[in-house]
Design a protein around this ligand. Structure first.
Ligand SMILES: [Zn+2]
Length: 339
């Protein structure tokens, strides 16, 4: 009994001591956490008193594709913010307060040009932009658009994308000669991937007979892509290069007739537009509709985490969807084509 009592007492005492030391340890821990917080606050206070200048470059890009190209060129040497959000139309833009701040702080602004950003001047005025404006499509042979205008969807051809990347690298280097070496090295590495992408896509489309490469989309955004891979553009649901227009009942009927006439087998929806009309037209014409996860990326890249979040990913996705729909064979991705 006595032995048992002593045993219990000893154990109780040990347990109490252990509890005590644990709580002491906890107090010590929370105290050091507090110290760390204070130290951090002191550091950030002293930072706000004497801010160290940001050594990297701040750049703003208008479209999702341009932001992706620019990020590839800038690498770790800066911050790139995009104006147009993923899956949004590239033809309209409503700036937020954040956008204006970004534009005001930017050393360079990368734009598409070719009439895609009629809002750009208002934006740079409102945001008090004082950096370099880089027009990425400079020097590219433009397709004719409608009404004497040129087709602004230049990026959809990987060869054009390579020219755009080099234009961006040159423009950024002019703005920041101290980062030139890094920019041109990054651009060269990315252009190499675009070349791999282009030969892979060429091989993929070659597995489909040219007369079967018949494309019908929501709006006429893939002209440069169509030219690059010998695709025949049958028609678009929106009667214009812009995606704000609505087709008339007559135009819809004419497109359905045209789909039947040429023997197309599918209508492809685009990620930035509703697939409702595409679905109706495909049903009326008795062909398949590719929408949802099989929607094409044209005016915009996809959201982070999706297949279309990058230009390389979006193009691989588009080629895979089209070639598969047309009954072709998609070759394996080349080794150097990492996303
Ligand atoms: Zn468009």
């Amino acid at each position: 009994m006595i032995l048992n009592k002593t045993y219990v007492e000893t154990m109780t005492s040990r347990l109490q001591k252990a509890r005590l030391s644990r709580s002491r340890m906890a107090r010590t821990l929370s105290y050091s956490a507090l110290l760390a917080t204070v130290a951090l606050a002191v550091t950030s206070c002293s930072n706000s008193v004497a801010p160290s200048p940001y050594a990297g470059m701040r750049v703003v890009a208008t479209t999702t594709q341009l932001a992706d190209f620019t990020s590839a060129v800038v690498g770790d040497d800066g911050v790139v913010s995009e104006l147009i959000l993923p899956n949004a139309s590239a033809h309209q833009f409503d700036p937020s307060a954040r956008n204006l701040l970004d534009v005001g702080e930017a050393e360079a602004l990368v734009a598409n040009g070719v009439g895609l950003e009629p809002w750009l001047e208002d934006l740079t005025d409102a945001g008090a932009f004082s950096g370099d404006l880089i027009v990425a499509t400079e020097g590219i042979v433009l397709r004719d658009g409608e009404g004497g205008a040129k087709d602004p969807h230049v990026w959809t051809s990987p060869e054009n994308a390579a020219v755009m990347v080099n234009n961006i690298a040159r423009g950024l280097s002019e703005a920041r000669p101290d980062l030139r070496a890094s920019f041109s090295q990054n651009a060269a590495a990315y252009v190499e991937k675009l070349a791999l992408l282009n030969s892979w896509a060429t091989e993929a489309f070659a597995s489909v007979a040219p007369e079967k490469r018949l494309l019908i989309t929501n709006h006429d955004a893939l002209g440069y892509f169509v030219d690059a891979y010998g695709i025949s553009f049958v028609g678009s649901i929106m009667p214009s290069l812009d995606d704000n227009s609505e087709p008339s009942a007559l135009e819809i009927d004419a497109l359905i007739e045209r789909i039947k006439e040429v023997g197309a087998i599918a209508v492809f929806s685009e990620s930035t537009l509703s697939d409702k009309l595409a679905t109706t037209i495909a049903r009326e014409a008795g062909v398949a509709v590719y929408s949802g996860e099989e929607t094409l990326y044209a005016d915009s890249l996809g959201a982070t985490g999706t297949a279309g979040a990058t230009y390389l990913g979006a193009t691989i996705h588009n080629v895979t969807v089209l070639v598969t729909a047309w009954g072709g064979t998609v070759p394996p991705l080349p080794e150097g084509l990492t996303l």
